[in-house]
Design a protein around this ligand. Structure first.
Ligand SMILES: N[C@@H](CCC(=O)N[C@@H](CS)C(=O)NCC(=O)O)C(=O)O
Length: 218
């Protein structure tokens, strides 16, 4: 039986990772914009999907079954990799383990530290925020060694690790010392050119475009 997918989100790093994974896995889905500025994520409809009041949320619908609701961008990426086409997570155990090693490197050692720094933005803890940002950037720079050896972050093939690495790298482009990172630059430019990545980046922005809205409504 065919299922359909909806991705609730906004143009933020966690949502873009989920959208790019769905695009790269070639899984058709309907993007549902959640307006964070007007606190739609704190409204009853969204809290019914995710009691934490966060995006992204993936909803899979299949006739005759309760909708399957999944939160956490990394869980959504792994689910998309398992369900969809492509080889975002290889079957061969040693390759799979390396993809997971690098995926968790970015999610826990880089992205989580960035989120911690971001959460201090409105506080009086600028010094702590800077310490966390500097630590995050220094850790991210070490990814140069992955792409000095291989074309992609976890070897010769594009994987979930590239998606996690790409969205965070892209969000701090102007803070990185690019003269020291020639391979990371070559890698980020290659990922920029992937059509599925471009579609994933634009999916929540395009919902605002009246022409796209009228097409989506058809
Ligand atoms: N660990 C979660 C984090 C989700 C998260 O923090 N999402 C942000 C947007 S990137 C959000 O919903 N922020 C709204 C808020 O916290 O009020 C994930 O990876 O999905």
């Amino acid at each position: 039986m065919n299922s359909t997918f909806e991705l609730y989100g906004a143009p933020t790093g966690n949502c873009l990772r989920a959208a790019i994974a769905l695009e790269e896995a070639d899984l058709p889905y309907t993007p549902k914009l959640v307006d964070l500025a007007s606190f739609e994520h704190q409204g009853a409809d969204h809290l019914a999907l995710n009691p934490l009041g966060k995006v992204p949320v993936l909803v899979e619908r299949e006739d005759g079954r309760e909708p399957f609701v999944l939160t956490q961008s990394t869980a959504i990426m792994l689910y998309a990799a398992g369900k969809g086409a492509g080889r975002l997570l290889p079957d061969y155990e040693p390759h799979r383990a390396i993809v997971l090693e690098r995926l968790f490197f970015f999610v826990t050692d880089v992205i989580a530290v960035n989120h911690a720094a971001f959460s201090l933005r409105d506080s009086n803890a600028q010094e702590a925020q800077k310490i966390l940002m500097d630590r995050m950037l220094a850790t991210l720079e070490t990814a140069e060694r992955y792409v000095a050896r291989d074309e992609f972050i976890a070897g010769a093939a594009f994987s979930l690790a590239d998606i996690a690495a790409y969205t965070i790298t892209r969000s701090v482009m102007s803070d990185l010392p690019w003269s020291k990172l020639p391979n990371l630059r070559r890698w980020v430019e290659a990922i920029d050119r992937r059509p599925a990545v471009r579609r994933g980046l634009e999916v929540f922005e395009r919902i605002y475009d009246p022409e796209v809205v009228s097409r989506l409504a058809m």
